[in-house]
Ligand binder design. Structure first.
Ligand SMILES: *Cc1c(COP(=O)(O)O)cnc(C)c1O
Length: 842
């Protein structure tokens, strides 16, 4: 009896199981098993049960979805379009159940039919249509926009293959294709009736009143819609992803030649456009197929936006939307990095070539509609497409970009007469070497707002990367510090912590995360500290169990869990972490009698398949871990684990178990980071540099509750100016020297001693990210971490203060700022009426 009550209380924030809902869910589940999956209980596989449950849950979305869209149609608010080449959604089932408040009912329904809902959830494939932070941000934003009641749409590409699955073989990364649609996708609805043509190639000719793009090759864009439910507000927005479809008449040339078979086979060529996500994070590949993807998405999306704009003409004024003059009042387009920047010349082409608007008027509309978010300052990540590629693929867009540039440069020369160097610097067309189009510059010129994603990053944009443009139009530049959705990154992934928080301060934090500040009152309460410790310890046991079951690795659940999970990149400095691990190893070996704070260091992340050094770093980590984990002198004191195939689902499992979060990029390189926020919200302490959002995290929690080390942005500037000499640090610190020498001389691969010399060479000779310059302060800071960890009372108080100070980092706050300061719309927090005809209907 009391344990029943206990259980009921524990799951309260996920809704109370409702007898009527449970009955209906069971009925829908059984109906789908029978009619949709065509199975009976005896022959159904676990996957059949998953699909039956997913369809039953989806049924509960349908009325809300239709009614939300109907409501937008009637109310005709300004619609917000988020354009992104990436959406890193992860799984949808649990998130949907939580957001529409039927998780407990579903748990109970599955229990009553003899199934474990957690086992079923594990069958769902991640929607891995993203690389890392940028794609996950888009997913968090969709959740927040729906929760805040914005009439928002996500637009992107329905990649047939998402981010590759990472397998570690003999310590090395190998890639396997992510065939995520193999068993079907229960959440998407194809909309073949809204198929849209997209043109490529061809040529441009003069016509009486302008220019015309002719003789093009057409590919169709087929929309697939995914519902995006807001948190308990009965609002369901849409994520519309485009899939490439060959036109019926594709390659008729062959057909006429009589090669019918070849003509049919070649239809695949056009459909390759949406085949696969490019797996580069923070790096520009420059491949033609990628440019096709970008234009394909922009062209289809803009046609759809304009179709919907026209459709929403008020009944009493049917002509109101004949012209596109009102577009800025009814449409806001947010460009997630420059990947969808072709929306700017494409909108110009529609307005000028198709609608016949004068250039100046079209430009005013375009800049009022569009806004651009920059995500990186790394030069190798900035998109600079060769003009030659545009010449044949998008000839009319090239003309339009040239004209935009011509007018832009005229304005520069008017404002800065004679400053030819400024003209050269600010031209959208780079003339040195192969002619290229600078897509960031195009995005700035074509937008009314340009934002960075953390305070320090936005400052760097204004005063460094886009300095000239900031001087020209300072009013455009803004900051919008990134955030994460508290629904997925606390409520869903850490139920025990969610319940503990709800017990103390109620549930308002789920949609108003700043409410977590109320927890500060309990930071030094012995009782609350014990509860927080228990939750963390349980989460660590769970991860230890997962490692043992799935990877056959034994870890010490009493050790400090020190976690760095993110894409593998030199700027993120996994190597600095590695140097610390080797240092600990050497210290234990040299003094095995001494007591050490036991640590489990976990590093995870994917390397871009073509990024040689990132892959080498993974191999080094795996080889070091083989040495350390099998050394009897080390025992339980230190373990190093490389976590295979890090992705959204694994992030949800691992982050709640962290004691220490590693955010150690070179100052000035990580635009914001969002992983840092997930750890803070789940009660980990951060060791980090003053980079990206770490700066604001320190501001929120106070410097004494975060472990900050290393160079600041201005220290890094200074170091660059004076010339960086890694050998200076190497010679000055014997422990550092030993680590480098061990990497260099084959200590971690005795069979092939030269295996990691190239890694040591990078650190000593060509390190663009100054790893050795921060080694000393990092090691000292890690010693402070150990010291603090020995005082569990102190550590737990700091962890509570971190949770309590993480409210700023909700993506709800971020979206409210975009809405008010960029899009000119006001969040409503509106709730639509509950469509009780779905769940309660008989
Ligand atoms: C949040 C997240 C990221 C971004 O992490 P950073 O540490 O900010 O780079 C990358 N991958 C996944 C799966 C995530 O959930």
């Amino acid at each position: 009896m009391s344990s029943d009550l206990e259980k009921r209380k524990q799951i309260s924030v996920r809704g109370i199981a409702d007898v009527e809902n449970v009955t209906t869910l069971k009925k829908y589940f059984n109906r789908h098993l029978h009619f949709t999956l065509v199975k009976d209980r005896n022959i159904a596989t676990p996957r059949d049960f998953f699909f039956a449950l997913a369809y039953a849950v989806r049924d509960n979305l349908v009325s809300r979805w239709i009614r939300t869209q109907q409501y937008y149609y009637e109310k005709d608010p300004k619609r917000i379009y988020y354009l992104s080449l990436e959406y890193y959604m992860g799984r949808a089932l649990q998130n949907t159940m939580i957001n529409i408040g039927i998780q407990s009912s579903c748990d109970e329904a599955m229990y009553q039919v003899g199934l474990d809902i957690e086992d079923l959830q594990e069958i769902e494939e991640d929607a891995g249509l993203g690389n890392g932070g940028l794609g996950r941000l888009a997913a968090c934003f969709l959740d927040s926009m729906a929760t805040l009641g914005l009439a928002a749409y996500g637009y992107g590409i329905r990649y047939e293959y998402g981010i590759f699955a990472q397998k570690i073989r003999d310590g090395e990364q190998t890639e396997e294709p992510d065939d995520w649609l193999r068993f079907g996708n229960p959440w998407e609805k194809a909309r073949p009736e809204y198929m849209i043509p997209v043109n490529f190639f061809g040529r441009v000719v003069d016509i009486s009143n302008g220019r015309k793009w002719i003789d093009t090759q057409v590919v169709y864009a087929m929309p697939y819609d995914t519902p995006i439910p807001g948190y308990k507000n009965n609002i369901v927005n849409t994520l519309r992803l485009w899939s490439a479809k060959s036109p019926v008449e594709f390659n008729l040339k062959f057909f006429n030649d009589g090669d019918y078979i070849q003509a049919v086979l070649d239809r695949n060529l056009a459909e390759n456009i949406s085949r696969v996500l490019y797996p580069n994070d923070n790096s520009f590949g420059g491949k033609e197929l990628r440019l096709k993807q970008e234009y394909f998405m922009c062209s289809a999306t803009l046609q759809d936006i304009i179709r919907r704009y026209r459709l929403s003409a008020p009944a009493n004024c049917p002509d109101a939307r004949k012209s596109l003059d009102m577009l800025p009042d009814k449409v806001g387009i947010q460009l997630n990095d420059t990947h969808p920047a072709l929306a700017i010349p494409e909108l110009m082409r529609i307005l000028v070539d198709i609608e016949g608007l004068p250039w100046e008027k079209a430009w005013k509309i375009t800049t009022k509609v569009c806004a651009y978010t920059n995500h990186t300052v790394l030069p190798e990540a900035l998109e600079r497409w060769p003009v030659s590629m545009f010449e044949y693929l998008l000839p009319r867009h090239l003309e339009i970009i040239y004209k935009i540039n011509y007018i832009h440069l005229q304005e520069i020369i008017m404002k800065y007469p004679g400053d030819l160097d400024r003209m050269r610097r600010m031209s959208l067309i780079e003339e040195d070497g192969e002619k290229r189009i600078n897509m960031a510059y195009l995005s700035i010129i074509g937008s009314h707002a340009v934002n960075g994603v953390a305070f320090i990053h936005s400052e760097i944009l204004k005063h460094d990367l886009f300095k000239d443009f900031y001087e020209l139009t300072p009013e455009k530049f803004q900051n919008k510090t990134n955030g994460i959705t508290p629904r997925r990154w606390l409520l869903l992934c850490n139920p025990a912590l969610s319940d503990l928080i709800a017990e103390k301060i109620g549930e308002e934090w789920i949609t108003h995360l700043d409410q977590l500040k109320q927890l500060k009152l309990f930071a030094s309460s012995a009782n609350f500290q014990r509860s927080i410790q228990n939750v963390k310890q349980e989460n660590k046991y769970k991860v230890a169990k997962l490692f043992e079951e799935q990877y056959n690795i034994k870890i010490n659940p009493a050790s400090l869990f020190d976690i760095q999970v993110k894409r593998i990149h030199e700027y993120k400095r996994q190597l600095l972490n590695v140097l610390h691990v080797i240092t600990l190893y050497n210290r234990i070996k040299a003094n095995s009698q001494k007591t050490f704070v036991p640590r489990t260091v976990i590093i995870g992340g994917k390397a871009a398949p073509g990024y040689y050094m990132a892959k080498k770093i993974i191999k080094l980590i795996n080889y070091i871990s083989m040495v350390i984990n099998n050394d009897p002198d080390i025992g339980d004191k230190l373990k190093l684990i490389f976590l295979e195939n890090y992705r959204v689902t694994l992030a949800e499992k691992i982050i709640p178990s962290a004691d220490l979060s590693e955010q150690i990029s070179t100052a000035g390189t990580e635009a914001s980071g969002t992983g840092n926020m997930k750890f803070m919200l789940n009660g980990a302490l951060t060791i980090g540099t003053l980079d990206g959002a770490n700066v604001e995290m320190a501001e929120e929690v106070g410097n004494k509750n975060i472990f900050i080390f290393g160079m600041t942005v201005s220290d890094v500037e200074e170091l660059k100016k004076n010339g960086y000499d890694a050998s200076k640090y190497y010679e000055a610190n014997p422990e550092l020297k030993l680590c480098i020498d061990q990497i260099q001389s084959g200590y971690f691969n005795k069979n092939k001693p030269e295996e990691f010399t190239d890694v040591a060479d990078v650190l000593m000779k060509w390190d663009r990210f100054f790893t050795l310059a921060d080694y000393d302060s990092y090691i000292k800071c890690q010693e402070k971490v150990n010291e603090t960890y020995l005082n569990q009372e102190k550590w737990t108080e700091m962890a509570i203060l971190n949770i309590a100070s993480s409210g700023k980092f909700s993506s709800d706050r971020t979206i409210i700022e975009y809405a008010r300061e960029i899009w000119g719309v006001e969040p409503t927090w509106e709730k639509l009426p509950h469509p009780n005809e779905t769940v309660n209907q008989n």
